[in-house]
Design a protein around this ligand. Structure first.
Ligand SMILES: NC(=O)c1ccc[n+]([C@@H]2O[C@H](COP(=O)([O-])OP(=O)(O)OC[C@H]3O[C@@H](n4cnc5c(N)ncnc54)[C@H](O)[C@@H]3O)[C@@H](O)[C@H]2O)c1
Length: 325
């Protein structure tokens, strides 16, 4: 059976991929690799691993070149879907080095192992972010795949560097690669350092909700399942060497989202407290996903109001998951 390596699937987006896509795609075997650093937890995916013979787990560090090579040599993968990363912008501002080590060197190790040990028909799907394009002013058009790479934070710079490495492996060595770039995700199983789960968590506990700056920064929100559907489509039918943008068609100011969460949970806006803005805080992101629609037949399907309600309901019913991190 064809084996696919899924990296970082104990984390937010990857665990949702595992639960919604990998569990039903039984014509493949999936090997889940994760180091289980603080934002990834084995308990999130334990049942999915135990209940499915076609899914297995290995705890491994993508920075460890020799162990990555050993794994690839043993498993003869037909593809990699690469989610693993250091993903928190604020953490990257405090400690940029680990972002380069994990996101750049870790990706390089996977690319080298793919070249050496990948099966004959092999594909590397690199999961990247809209943040590599930098930010937009209020009147600029949404990013297309043709936009210049112009990252603002050490996080987005490390993702941009890994994107460019992937492109170079396609051009120089002919490694079959696709890159996906997506806007801000929300949904179940997101570690509460990111805005939406943090605001839900604090609202549930009736604690202060810290909002950066004026709260007017704009993000283009997408429900995590829509993103993962796009990743799977790009992996299966995207053209080699291409980049695909995914977005939710839902531009919202942070403060609007925060008020919506408070409203859903019947809490007062008095819980909002404005805090010193993030350094280099990107103003606005918005994605043009016409290429993904045209070439992959992809469109987002979960409307923001519905997705946010589902997300709030999930966190309200899974307080244990939040507490056990
Ligand atoms: N969250 C978003 O809104 C968003 C949007 C677009 C793209 N992305 C990208 O999607 C991917 C997943 O993001 P996420 O939000 O699920 O992140 P996350 O932080 O929730 O998960 C990352 C996972 O990677 C694992 N990991 C970290 N370092 C590792 C290492 N050295 N070796 C092995 N595993 C390691 C962690 O344990 C964790 O399980 C990232 O590449 C991110 O850049 C995220």
């Amino acid at each position: 059976m064809k084996k696919i390596l899924l990296t970082g699937c104990a984390g937010f987006i990857g665990s949702n991929f595992l639960k919604k896509i990998a569990v039903i795609e039984r014509e493949y075997e999936f090997v889940v690799l994760d180091l289980l650093v603080y934002e990834g937890s084995y308990s999130t995916i334990e049942n999915d691993i135990n209940d499915n013979d076609h899914i297995s787990f290995v705890q491994l560090d993508i920075r460890n070149m020799s162990e990555i090579n050993e794994l690839f040599q043993k498993e003869k993968f037909c593809g990699v879907i690469h989610y693993a990363a250091e993903s928190h912008v604020d953490a990257s501002i405090k400690n940029p080095n680990i972002f380069v080590e994990t996101n750049v060197v870790g990706t390089l190790n996977l690319l080298n192992a793919s070249l050496r040990y990948g099966s004959e028909s092999f594909r590397f799907c690199h999961v990247s972010t809209d943040e590599v394009y930098g930010d937009l002013s209020d009147d600029e058009e949404p990013f297309t795949e043709m936009n210049r790479i112009k990252p603002s934070s050490p996080y987005s710079a490390s993702k941009a560097a890994s994107d460019i490495l992937v492109e170079s492996y396609y051009k120089t060595y002919g490694l079959d690669c696709v890159i996906t770039r997506c806007s801000n995700n929300y949904g179940p199983y997101q570690f509460p350092e990111k805005m939406i789960p943090l605001m839900i968590k604090n609202s549930l506990k009736v604690e202060k909700l810290p909002v950066y700056g004026t709260g007017k920064n704009i993000r283009d929100w997408i429900f995590v399942d829509d993103h993962n559907k796009g990743v799977w489509m790009a992996f299966k039918s995207g053209s080699a060497g291409e980049v695909y943008n995914f977005g939710g068609n839902t531009e919202k100011q942070n403060i609007e989202v925060v008020k919506q969460i408070l409203n859903e949970l019947n809490q007062s806006v008095d819980l909002i407290t404005f805090v010193t803005d993030r350094k280099g805080h990107d103003w606005r992101y918005a994605m043009n996903y016409a290429k993904a629609s045209r070439e992959l037949g992809w469109t987002p399907s979960v409307d923001f109001e519905e997705g946010l309600r589902r997300t709030i309901k999930w966190y309200s019913e899974n307080v244990d998951w939040l507490e056990n991190f």
